[in-house]
Design a protein. Structure first.
Length: 174
């Protein structure tokens, strides 16, 4: 005879869903840019900085998806943009910049809004992580001059030797 699984020690939200289920939902909603669903999930009590999935947290997912409204909402709930994790140990700024190959002006403007939000909320412009090793190297590899200028203005170090190939931003740009 099988005994029902015990709920002892299992954290649940106010609607009875496990925190793991709610965390997965919040990461998915953030990546899809669904502001209403993210707000509803946050109102139910999951940890805004919960780890899991391909990104370090929901803010990294929103950044990687280039969703400034969701990123702002998560930052208003004290999401930690410096938290690193996910497949390549990236923070929210690296997750944002690595995909900026897009040349559509409106998409690049959204990315700049998110980058400014993250930097204004204390994300370290010199943090290491991700495939390219640093935020600046990721921007250089993506040929995103606008983002590079923003990062230089915030103190990014072009000489840092980091990443899988121990390169600096100049080498990444080539």
């Amino acid at each position: 005879m099988c005994r029902p699984q015990s709920r002892v020690g299992r954290r649940t939200t106010t609607d009875g869903a496990s925190t793991k289920q709610t965390r997965a939902r919040s990461h998915e909603a953030a990546a899809e840019g669904n502001l209403r669903i993210v707000q509803t999930l946050l109102d139910r009590g999951p940890d805004v900085n919960a780890r899991g999935g391909r990104q370090a947290n929901a803010l990294c997912a929103a950044s990687a998806a280039n969703e400034p409204n969701v990123a702002q909402l998560l930052l208003d709930w004290n999401a930690d943009g410096s938290q690193q994790g996910g497949k390549r140990n990236e923070n929210a700024l690296i997750a944002l910049i690595k995909w900026t190959w897009v040349t559509r002006k409106e998409e690049l403007q959204k990315a700049q809004i998110i980058a400014t939000l993250l930097l204004d909320h204390g994300v370290d412009v010199t943090a290491h992580g991700g495939r390219y090793g640093s935020v600046l190297a990721a921007a250089a590899y993506s040929k995103n001059v606008m983002m590079m200028k923003l990062l230089f203005g915030r103190g990014a170090n072009p000489h840092a030797q980091v990443g899988e190939y121990n390169t600096n931003a100049l080498v990444a740009a080539l």
